[in-house]
Design a protein around this ligand. Structure first.
Ligand code: C5P
Length: 232
């Protein structure tokens, strides 16, 4: 599995995302489309970005009964995305159903990645709101192991968890890690960050980078800097 930099295209409209992507003339970065852009523009935005030659991680984090997730994943698979995701909290049965839905008649399918516990959930909220009393690090690893057991390809996790996920689930189990910042950059609202070079060292497979690229004065240069620090 090759390492890659995925740009989080957290824009509110097609116009904004295309103005951003137009800056990239000689490279076609892997892009993440999230709920905001997808709900604003619908599946057409996926087709258009794909037609421009980009790989797409469609970050919609599905979580529903197995049958609904299976059918929805079949739709996403036909959109020809390269990676999509769901909540591991939906249970192993839901994750297995997702794989079934995602698999095309020729046996191919996009990568399927699980969200374990959102980084916005801490130990206290997990105990109080979700009534889960275990240690959050153990919950994250248990969900990662469930994802692996259900046939998924990997998890979204903090770069700080990537090594432990690989130890528990094997080095081929993909880790997709947001929370990446340049050593000399703004960390913004992210709390626990790593540089691209550090993320490479601890074995992240994909880094998801938003504002350090999208808000940079020269986004193409910032992207290329990420690629050279993380991939080369
Ligand atoms: O701009 P920034 O680099 O912080 O963007 C990170 C991207 O990764 C955003 O799209 C954010 O929603 C996403 N993400 C995250 N932390 C998680 C899961 C997803 O920052 N735990």
């Amino acid at each position: 599995m090759g390492r890659d930099v995925i740009i989080a295209c957290d824009f509110a409209s097609a116009e904004q995302v295309f103005a951003f992507l137009d800056k990239f003339t000689d490279v076609k970065p892997y892009v993440k489309i999230g709920m905001e852009l997808y709900y604003a523009e619908g599946p057409a935005i996926v087709r258009e970005i794909k037609a421009r030659g980009h790989k797409i991680f469609l970050d919609l984090k599905l979580h529903d009964i197995p049958n609904t997730v299976k059918k929805s994943m079949a739709v996403l698979s036909r959109l020809d995305v390269d990676m999509c995701n769901l909540h591991a909290a939906g249970t192993c049965r839901m994750m297995e159903a997702a794989i079934e839905g995602l698999t095309r008649p020729d046996g191919t399918r996009p990568l399927l990645i699980a969200v374990t516990q959102l980084t916005s959930t801490d130990q206290e909220t997990m105990e109080n709101d979700l009534l889960i009393k275990e240690n959050i690090a153990e919950v994250v690893m248990h969900y990662a192991a469930n994802a692996k057991k259900s046939g998924l390809d990997g998890v979204v996790c903090s770069p700080l968890e990537a090594e432990a996920v690989h130890n528990r689930c094997g080095k081929d189990f993909v880790t997709v890690t947001p929370g990446v910042r340049f050593a000399d950059g703004d960390i913004g609202d992210q709390k626990r960050v790593m540089t691209p070079a550090e993320a490479k060292k601890i074995g992240s497979d994909y880094i998801v980078v938003g504002r350090p690229i999208t808000a940079a004065e020269d986004p193409v240069a910032a992207y290329k800097r990420c690629v050279s620090e993380f991939c080369d």
